[in-house]
Every structure is written in C-alpha cells, then in structure tokens.
Design a protein around this ligand. Structure first.
Ligand code: ZN
Length: 148
C-alpha cells in the first residue's frame, strides 16, 4: 500500500494514519445551533480544566481564531485511545509522543480536539487510527468476559 499523500501534517515523524474521519460537518452544525440559539453556549463551551491544561501543556496553537468568542486562537491537542496504548489510553499526547507510540504499538485511535482557552469552546476536529489495516493490535493482558 502506498503512503497516504493526503496527509497535510507538516510535523516530522507523523504517524501513519488510516480510517481518517473529518468532523467538520458536526462542528459546523454545532456552531450553527449555537448561533441560532438552538443550543446553549455553556453547553458548547464546556472545556474541562483537564482539557484546558492538556491543551496548554501538550497542544499546539493554531492560526484559527475561536469561532465562538473570536478573542483567542484555537489550540489543538491529541488524545489516544485503545487497549494497545496501555496506561496511555484516554490521555492527551504531543504529536511527537503519538508518533513514538505509533511506531511502538501499531493500532490505536487518535482524536484531535480543538479548544479555546478563553471561552472554553471545544470540538472534535478529526479522528484516525494508526498502523496498517489488518495489523492486530498489541493486546494487554486484560481479560474480557465477553465470550461465553
Ligand atoms: Zn473562544
């Protein structure tokens, strides 16, 4: 399989991405609901202190202004999910850390989230999986009782 030429990430050591989902439509709908008064600003701008700290410590500042308050540029932070990442499951990571994890553990999910550090707006921007299709994820020794 050829490398994805569509990867716009200029960061070096970017992990291979597959099953990429762009959440721009949902983001646009959420903003439209907010503008039309169909949703509450407190609801849309509900970034937790944990998310705010993750954006500050591990995220990157973008050139895009916040679509809600317009006062600050948005920050983006990556979160990793999956059994393959072990204790890192559900934690924020830098792009370099995601790259390192992807080389070590081939199959896990990455969520790119945008956050406004002024008003608390946050939304999922993009999700993808690392690794190669068909690559079995590295499993932890955690057992599931799902199979009878
Ligand atoms: Zn804002």
């Amino acid at each position: 399989m050829a490398e994805q030429a569509a990867d716009r990430s200029p960061r070096r050591a970017a992990p291979r991405r597959r099953a990429v989902v762009d959440h721009a439509l949902q983001r646009r709908a959420a903003l439209a609901d907010l503008t039309a008064g169909r949703s509450d600003r407190l609801e849309a701008c509900d970034a937790s202190p944990y998310l705010q700290r993750a954006a500050e410590r591990l995220g990157v500042r973008t050139d895009r202004p916040c679509p809600v308050c317009g006062r600050q540029p948005l920050w983006e932070v990556l979160w990793v999910y999956g059994d393959a990442v072990g204790d890192a499951d559900g934690t924020a990571r830098t792009a370099a850390q995601v790259g390192a994890l992807a080389r070590e553990r081939p199959d896990f999910a990455v969520y790119r989230v945008e956050v406004c550090r002024a008003c608390g707006w946050n939304h999922l921007v993009e999700t993808w999986r690392t690794g190669t299709p068909g690559t079995p994820p590295a499993r932890r020794s955690r057992r599931t009782a799902a199979d009878p």
